[in-house]
Design a protein around this ligand. Structure first.
Ligand SMILES: Nc1ncnc2c1ncn2[C@@H]1O[C@@H]2COP(=O)(O)O[C@H]2[C@H]1O
Length: 306
């Protein structure tokens, strides 16, 4: 098993007991399996659609899978703050999408919650509307890696482990696998945790450009942030001879227009053998790269190439 996406204190060897059936998302008797379908009012449907619309794990599903997953999601109201929706060390049963409210996520280095007020360990993250949690135990058949606690009355949508594994997991796994090792080598992201990088992996899209093809055009409105996955590219500016910046694997561009809502400050063009880029839309950029905004502003290329 590839464990590179796991938190460092994640004990992969401590398995929980789960039935063989639930471990085999693509088993031979696939034809007999049907996702559960929970009836919903029109009002619930529209809230659910809005809640999943910004969640990247759902964005790559075909229409049929998407309909099955939406039908299988069940509303769960969390009536108060301090409700432990997930307890570190427990077996995984559901994956959760947050519709409303917020949750804090704690990790105890012992792998499970200890008695006493500090027993949940350190707070490592928070989760708000449109985000999701609880996928790790289901993906890796391992105990819950963290404790997730409500900080106010909230609304969740929960998906059972079998439906998660059969419909959502393949695409989630593939994207995380595909990008994990690349993202580890991107200097900009080195201050993030492995878990934060795996969330970025969920959100990335890939595009290939042949040699000498514009990726960004100076003056355009910016809606994507790019990481150079392979090949080369250069930045050029009207009225300036030669490239103002060269990009190689692991470099990024397209951040300035997104940071300040200004038009693209330069064009970026593929060069050499062309290139492959991984990109995040503006929404993903703002949600997932908020903590590196300081680095992006500090390293503003206009300070050296103007
Ligand atoms: N740093 C982190 N380490 C482990 N789990 C995390 C972390 N941040 C968020 N989580 C989420 O907390 C969830 C706890 O249950 P799971 O292990 O199933 O999946 C975990 C992740 O979805």
């Amino acid at each position: 098993m590839d464990t590179s996406s796991l938190p460092s204190n994640y004990n992969v060897n401590r398995r929980t007991s789960v039935s063989a059936e639930s471990l085999a998302p693509s088993s031979a008797d696939d034809t007999n399996w049907r996702a559960p379908s929970y009836p919903k009012t029109a009002e619930q449907q529209s809230r659910l659609r809005a809640a999943v619309s910004h969640n990247f794990l759902f964005s790559h599903l075909d229409d049929d899978s998407s309909a099955q997953v939406l039908a299988a999601l069940q509303e769960r109201k969390v009536p108060a703050k301090d409700v432990r929706v997930i307890v570190q060390g427990d077996a995984g049963d559901y994956f959760y999408v947050v519709e409303r409210g917020s949750f804090d996520i704690y990790v105890s280095s012992s792998g499970h919650v200890e008695p006493g007020p500090e027993g949940m360990g350190n707070k490592v993250a928070s989760s708000g509307p449109g985000t999701s949690f609880g996928e790790l135990a289901l993906m890796y058949n391992a105990p819950r890696a963290a404790t997730v606690v409500s900080t106010e009355p909230s609304i969740l949508w929960q998906l059972d482990r079998v439906t998660f594994r059969r419909i959502l997991m393949d695409s989630a796994f593939q994207r995380r696998r595909m990008y994990e090792s690349f993202l580890e080598e991107v200097p900009l992201l080195s201050s993030l945790t492995a878990y934060e990088r795996s969330k970025i992996a969920d959100a990335l899209e890939t595009t290939k450009y042949p040699d000498n093809t514009p990726i960004i055009k100076e003056g355009d409105v910016g809606d994507r942030f790019y990481l150079l996955e392979s090949g080369e590219a250069k930045a050029i500016k009207r009225g300036v001879n030669g490239a103002v910046k060269l990009y190689k694997k692991g470099d990024y561009f397209g951040e300035l227009a997104l940071l300040d809502d200004k038009p693209r400050a330069a064009s970026v063009v593929s060069k050499g053998e062309g290139c492959k880029v991984a990109w995040l839309g503006k929404d993903g950029f703002q949600r997932l790269l908020g903590s590196v905004e300081g680095v992006l502003r500090r390293d503003d290329p206009r300070q050296t190439s103007r």
